[in-house]
Design a protein around this ligand. Structure first.
Ligand code: XMP
Length: 638
């Protein structure tokens, strides 16, 4: 008698509209997930050792790449009957090697690695690769290769240059493997490979659209919230803003308590814009201008009271004061809302990538600490401990979150905002009282002169420090400027910026200084700088000019982040300061490169920024361009 019940439960678990992605630890795993979802098919990411009993409920399985060799002691475990699970399987890189190995083929270490784009010869008759033409470019990153194919398999793709096996199939069993990475842009027809697998091989339909997902998210919010109220802290960033408008779509206004704190370090008119945009989207947003409280705030470090924020020059003290003050200000505001612990839920804009791979691996630890600060009021902590948190965007990638925001009526300036640090412009103002000079400077200058200077290019040590990452540790070291007699050759400038920190450990960041060539050697004078309103508005003005031009040139999406920094070097003009434009191109925010002028950012765009900042912002002596990769320099200067 129990039989039918068990059967019924099973039936409910069937996930015929979903693909399981088995994660072998590939750096591109998250990207596979995104590509499949872009084709409107639902995914779940599961460990490689998920039992077959569970896997057979999905419409198909994709096995990701992984960093290991098959023979490694710590190679991930799997169900030994994985490949007879009975649903179509696509193995990518490691996934393909595993499939071939388990089913009786051989995989061997190659003589050399194949890394980069290669031409693959394609069997156009194959189900998986149909529509790719007879040859196509693919991205390879491997050393091991399938050498003898398992019984039943045939080769459907071959690396033209090396003859290595690039793709295999056993269509009768629905098993497919690709040595290349269809999930990345460098595989030109990668999307088509997924398309074939999902719709021709797994017979899925594209039902997982933003519309259906939005409807589901709204239903889930309504069910979870019930009679409670919801608190949402709005930073002005994309995720929390989208979270707020999604709540609005699900709940009556009086249940939503949205709070935005202006700590005084937002961009020019930014808090007003956030307030306006969210109000227009129907959110009752309470915005508190707490800038005076922040400027004058202190905190306790190691049992001692610090100086005020507007008096400190120490980067870590700035961060700590701002984080702690944020907690105090939020706590008071929430008290004014009159919310009772047991009647409130906290909504957070956590996204899917934050949950895939442990967040700590992706996000910088600095960012993590600060984010914790911002969400760490006593109330928030209690709510989290009690599980009273809702994360309606936990199933969304950033681009999906942006589309949802657009659908829900947020303006594009807000939806396309680049990531912005919690402490805002406070960590983009390098504060100083005295020039930073050290006894090692003469030795450093000697290396700069002998190795990195010509008549055309001067390398000059500047009297201030910025934060970087060298080795595994944070560094707080000197800044070097390159300057030229005539227009710079940018690839050479970038190459020098890579070499200088290697040759001189005490330098972690290199910038190009526009304008007249600087003297070879060192500059030694600065303008004393603190977080005071005049200094903040100087940076807000420069930042606003740079951002206006970025928007006009349509570069906001292509450049992941463009911090604009105010630094205290006076370049020989008493009372003046410098501005630096720091472009940063990254997918993971762990490592990245500056935009190459003339390639990633048009020269005339950069020159326009420089000219306008110098002409329009009072007290700016020079504009520089940050040439440093991360590592050795962080994205932000502090
Ligand atoms: P760095 O400068 O370490 O930054 O390369 C990595 C990423 O984190 C952002 N960042 C922050 N985000 N609060 C934040 O919410 C912070 O205090 C903070 N500091 C850095 C940075 O902009 C980049 O995206």
């Amino acid at each position: 008698m129990a039989e039918p019940v068990a059967k019924k439960q099973k039936a409910e678990e069937v996930k015929t509209d979903t693909v399981a992605i088995l994660d072998c630890g590939a750096q591109y795993g998250k990207v596979i997930d995104r590509r499949v979802r872009e084709l409107n098919v639902n995914t779940e990411i599961l460990p490689l050792n998920t039992p077959n009993e569970k896997l057979r409920q999905y419409a198909g399985i994709i096995i990701s790449g992984g960093p290991q060799c098959l023979s490694a002691d710590d190679a991930p475990e799997y169900d030994k009957n994985l490949f007879s699970v009975g649903v179509p399987i696509l193995g990518i890189c490691y996934g393909m090697q595993l499939m071939n190995h388990v089913l009786g083929g051989t995989v061997e270490e190659g003589k050399a690695r194949e890394d980069g784009q290669f031409v693959m010869t394609v069997d156009p008759e194959s189900k998986l690769l149909q529509g790719l033409g007879t040859e196509t470019e693919v991205l390879l990153t491997h050393r091991d290769s399938c050498v003898n194919l398992a019984p039943g398999f045939k080769m459907i793709g071959k690396v033209q240059a090396s003859g290595n096996i690039a793709a295999i199939s056993d269509e009768s069993r629905g098993l497919y493997g690709v040595q290349f990475h269809p999930e990345v842009d460098l595989t030109v027809h990668g999307v088509k490979v997924f398309h074939n697998f999902l719709f021709q091989i797994c017979n899925l339909t594209a039902k997982f659209t933003l519309d259906t997902r939005r409807a589901q998210a709204i239903e889930e919010i309504q069910k979870t919230v019930g009679e409670s109220n919801v608190l949402v802290l709005v930073s002005g960033g994309v995720d929390s803003s989208v979270c707020a408008v999604l709540l609005k779509a699900a709940l009556p206004q009086e249940k939503i308590y949205a709070l935005h704190v202006d700590q005084g370090f937002m961009r020019l008119n930014e808090s007003a814009r956030v307030h306006e945009a969210l109000t227009a989207a129907g959110i009752h947003l309470k915005t508190i201008n707490a800038s005076q409280t922040f400027y004058n705030a202190r905190t306790i470090i190691d049992g001692k009271e610090t100086e005020k924020l507007c008096e400190t020059i120490r980067p870590e003290v700035k961060r700590k004061i701002i984080g702690d003050t944020f907690i105090r200000v939020t706590e008071e505001a929430v008290k004014e809302f009159g919310l009772q612990f047991d009647q409130v839920l906290l909504a957070q804009g956590t996204l899917r990538p934050d949950l895939i791979e442990s967040a700590s691996k992706i996000a910088s630890s600095v960012a993590n600490v600060i984010k914790t600060h911002h969400n760490d009021t006593q109330l928030v902590r209690d709510l989290r401990d009690a599980g009273r948190i809702i994360e309606p965007l936990r199933d969304y990638h950033k681009d999906e979150c942006r589309s949802l925001g657009t659908q829900l009526g947020l303006p594009s300036e807000l939806v396309w905002r680049q990531p912005f640090p919690g402490p805002g412009l406070a960590i983009r103002i390098i504060c100083i009282e005295e020039p930073f000079v050290t006894p090692e400077d003469p030795a450093i200058m000697e290396v700069l002169k002998s190795k990195f200077s010509t008549e055309e290019v001067h390398s000059t040590l500047l009297p201030c420090r910025t934060v970087g990452v060298q080795g595994d540790a944070r560094s707080y070291s000197s800044l070097c400027a390159l300057s030229t007699k005539s227009a710079p050759d940018w690839p050479t400038m970038l190459a020098m910026a890579k070499e200088i920190p290697k040759a001189v450990k005490a330098i972690n960041r290199v910038v190009y200084c526009f304008g007249e060539q600087l003297p070879q050697g060192a500059l030694t004078t600065v303008t004393p700088t603190h977080l005071t309103p005049d200094v903040i508005s100087q940076l807000q003005h420069a930042d606003d000019i740079v951002n206006q031009i970025l928007y006009e040139a349509n570069l906001i999406k292509a450049l992941s982040q463009v911090p604009v920094i105010l630094f205290p070097v006076d370049f020989g003009q008493t009372g003046a300061r410098g501005i630096c434009i720091r472009t940063f191109i990254t997918h993971d925010f762990m490592t990245g490169v500056p935009a190459l002028p003339g390639k990633h950012i048009p020269l005339d765009v950069l020159e326009k920024m420089v000219a306008r900042v110098v002409a329009e912002v009072p007290g700016i002596a020079r504009v520089c361009y940050d040439l440093t990769c991360k590592p050795p320099a962080t994205t932000e200067w502090e």
